[in-house]
Design a protein around this ligand. Structure first.
Ligand SMILES: NC(=O)c1ccc[n+]([C@@H]2O[C@H](COP(=O)([O-])OP(=O)(O)OC[C@H]3O[C@@H](n4cnc5c(N)ncnc54)[C@H](OP(=O)(O)O)[C@@H]3O)[C@@H](O)[C@H]2O)c1
Length: 191
């Protein structure tokens, strides 16, 4: 018998930002490896498009606004009670605005910090609950960016939010991000 070390049969994962881009691609790959997926983002129709593109059965779409950071823990606990406990999560939801700082509204800064960084912390906290994670533990993948390492003109708030992820991943023993790869993917706008 040949064992596949990447076999995720019987495993369940949350993928945020699964309505688009990298999150959608991650969900598709995890499903091809046998995982059951809980897909989260705001746009339910696009989540359903992702769900229909997945291999296997038992996947679920959950419309949720991750900028509502105070609600994340209760949302994840109640969702996991219905969906089943999770073997891990991938936080791919992200917001990017490219603009000189003086032209960037406070609301836009808040959106970037909340979705990119505060939501990542809240999801990690929620995942530590035994009501959310499986007994054998699991993996948390937080999408960072090279901007979090080097910054870029016009992207200071985005870089700050991703820099917070870069700093955190040394602190969170659950996080699994082996390298920060200087690669850009063409998606609908976050970079
Ligand atoms: N593309 C790149 O080259 C690149 C490079 C470095 C890092 N990254 C990081 O990779 C991640 C994915 O980027 P991408 O390029 O795939 O971006 P994308 O195609 O624009 O996808 C962003 C995702 O975030 C979700 N999202 C945004 N605001 C949200 C909110 N308030 N609540 C819930 N979901 C929200 C969007 O869904 P809804 O609109 O449906 O809510 C969408 O699914 C981001 O964290 C980004 O910073 C990307």
């Amino acid at each position: 018998m040949v064992l596949n070390p990447l076999d995720l049969s019987g495993r369940s994962f949350l993928v945020t930002g699964a309505s688009s881009g990298i999150g959608r691609a991650v969900a598709q790959l995890l499903s091809q490896l046998g995982a059951r997926l809980l897909l989260a983002a705001r746009n339910y129709d696009k989540l359903e498009q992702t769900r229909e593109s997945l291999e296997g059965t038992g996947h679920r779409s959950e419309s949720f606004d991750l900028s509502k950071t105070d609600d994340i823990e209760s949302w994840l606990v109640s969702t996991a009670q219905e969906f089943g406990r999770l073997d891990g999560l991938v936080h791919s939801a992200g917001v990017l605005s490219t603009s000189p700082l003086r032209m960037l509204s406070r609301a836009r800064i808040d959106a970037m910090l909340n979705v990119n960084l505060i939501a990542a912390i809240a999801l990690t906290r929620a995942y530590c609950s035994r009501k959310v994670r499986t007994d054998h533990g699991g993996s948390i993948v937080l999408l960072a960016s090279t901007m979090g390492l080097v910054g870029q003109p016009g992207r200071s708030a985005y870089a700050a939010s991703k820099g917070g992820i870069v700093a955190r991943w040394g602190l969170a023993s659950h996080s699994t991000l082996p390298t920060a790869s200087p690669i850009f993917w063409e998606t609908r706008g976050v970079g």
